[in-house]
Design a protein around this ligand. Structure first.
Ligand SMILES: CC(=O)[C@@H](O)[C@H](O)COP(=O)(O)O
Ligand SMILES: NCC(=O)COP(=O)(O)O
Length: 257
């Protein structure tokens, strides 16, 4: 039983189910089922279900998005590249949130943030088309003041700060990257944006990011799917949520469990 009973959302966890699909696709089986993963994640405390429909469909497939959308009790956050195919598909699905991300077919994973300054007109057009369908748009960007200002200028109400460099950093670089995320989150809030963060976060690096009061939601996937192999899927989600909430409240893990 919880000793602390927060009255509102302390910090939201978006559970990214991409790599449940990666495992399924590795053998061309129907299991593990991303739909089941999404529904169980919700029961285990996920506030959002995040999924990335890549242009090469290496993990999530169109049919997964179609199947999951009507079954969610929480929110769907669909990650997609800024291409007309993806924007049209997202508009046909109408998830609560769409996060526009950069994509390079050869990359192992998303390497950096969307360059909103460079692709300003394309991003602005995508934001407008999605918003016309009532979809809230987030831009997955680096914690860079100019990119954040551009995100606000194109009319996106939400940004997700790319934490990949933080996740890979060590020593002095780690402190530098953490400060960069903190500063970026502040700039985002000052622009009136909702600030999320994610990428490469796991059970021992998430605490410092979750403790940043300006950040409202963390999207995490790979580490939870990996941990689920040993701990079970729902436990992996529960554990991550508890770690995040404890870090945000500045209390021990035992106090939120
Ligand atoms: C945009 C983002 O950071 C994640 O959705 C990530 O892209 C997960 O998918 P990949 O592992 O295929 O990059
Ligand atoms: N947007 C980041 C995300 O959804 C999850 O990324 P990762 O935890 O799989 O690296």
């Amino acid at each position: 039983m919880s000793f602390l009973q927060p009255t509102g959302p302390v910090i939201d966890l978006g559970v990214n189910i991409d790599h449940v699909a990666t495992l399924r696709n590795a053998r061309g089986t129907v299991y593990p089922d991303p739909v089941r993963a999404a529904l169980l994640a919700e029961q285990a405390g996920a506030d959002v279900i995040t999924l990335h429909l890549r242009e090469d469909r290496r993990h999530i497939k169109d049919a997964d998005v179609v199947a999951i959308r009507p079954q969610l009790m929480t929110r769907m956050n669909l990650e997609a590249a800024v291409t007309q195919e993806m924007i049209d598909f997202a508009c046909s699905i109408r998830p609560q949130d769409v996060c526009l991300v950069p994509e390079r077919r050869e990359e192992v994973t998303t390497e950096g943030g969307l360059d909103v300054l460079r692709y300003y007109n394309e991003v602005e057009a995508a934001v407008k088309q999605l918003q016309a369908e009532g979809i809230r748009v987030s831009l997955f960007i680096d914690a860079d003041a100019q990119q954040i200002a551009a995100a606000a200028a194109v009319g996106a109400p939400v940004i997700e700060l790319h934490t990949g460099r933080y996740a890979e950093a060590h020593g002095a670089e780690l402190a530098f990257e953490l400060d960069r995320i903190k500063a970026g989150a502040r700039v985002g809030v000052e622009h009136g944006l909702k600030v999320n963060a994610g990428h490469g976060l796991h059970y021992t690096n998430v605490q410092a990011i979750a403790a940043i009061g300006d950040i409202g939601e963390l999207n995490i996937g790979h580490a939870m799917v990996a941990h689920a192999v040993f701990a079970g899927w729902e436990n992996a989600v529960r554990e991550m949520k508890a770690i995040m909430v404890a870090a945000r409240l500045g209390v021990s893990l035992a106090q939120v469990k």
